[in-house]
Design a protein around this ligand. Structure first.
Ligand SMILES: Cc1cc2nc3c(=O)[nH]c(=O)nc-3n(C[C@H](O)[C@H](O)[C@H](O)COP(=O)(O)O)c2cc1C
Length: 192
């Protein structure tokens, strides 16, 4: 699958089949995640892989009762150990550590798609309770909870029109350069 189609196919999926996910697929997903870029190459992301049913149920509850989550065969929690980033960027460490983890989470979901798996990125959780369930130390923050599994759910592909999101040369400028706009004409060959 090429990158463009992998990105387009990566939809947030909330129904999973009972088919298990192989350890080697989880390993590849984590490997892809840890190749994300990070400010100062600090690599502050940390991952927790959860397979245990009881733990998944607890996680679903602390994610404000998103009970569908417990059906996913695997859950990966992306945490941030910000101790090094804090000393490198005294003012912006919080923002950077979140951005780094988001880049890792996106790599993770794309790699899952490439392996034929589905995923959902979840940010709605009670962090204190989640840290308690997973024994996460106080100084570590939770940045994302990602469900992984096989699914028959189809990607939704609902997006705003690219033309409405894109400006030319300066913010807000909709001046049309006919060699570039409409963008759709350049995309036609990819969007088969
Ligand atoms: C940072 C972030 C947090 C999200 N949190 C949740 C969540 O808590 N629960 C949920 O069901 N979906 C969550 N989502 C999924 C979004 O709702 C989803 O990406 C959006 O509706 C677009 O759907 P699509 O990616 O399938 O096209 C989250 C996505 C992101 C990027």
């Amino acid at each position: 699958m090429d990158t463009y189609n992998c990105i387009k196919k990566t939809s947030q999926v909330k129904t999973y089949l009972s088919k298990d996910v192989k350890h080697r697929d989880i390993a590849k997903i984590l490997d892809a995640a840890h190749y994300a870029p990070s400010s100062g190459n600090i690599q502050n992301w940390r991952f927790i892989v959860i397979r245990n049913q009881e733990t998944k149920e607890k996680i679903a509850r602390v994610c404000l009762d998103q009970l569908w989550m417990q059906e996913a065969p695997a859950v990966i929690v992306v945490c941030s150990d910000s101790s090094n980033i804090k000393s490198l960027y005294q003012k912006k460490w919080k923002k950077y550590s979140k951005e780094n983890c988001a880049a890792a989470a996106q790599n993770l979901t794309l790699q899952a798609t490439e392996l034929g798996l589905s995923s959902c990125w979840i940010r709605t959780f009670n962090e204190l309770r989640l840290k308690n369930v997973l024994k996460i130390p106080d100084e570590i923050s939770v940045e994302a909870v990602i469900t992984i599994g096989y699914s028959n759910e189809k990607p939704k592909e609902q997006r705003h029109k690219l033309e409405e999101l894109t400006f030319f040369e300066s913010y807000g400028s909709r001046k049309r350069d006919t060699s570039m706009f409409p963008l759709a004409k350049h995309l036609a060959k990819f969007r088969k």
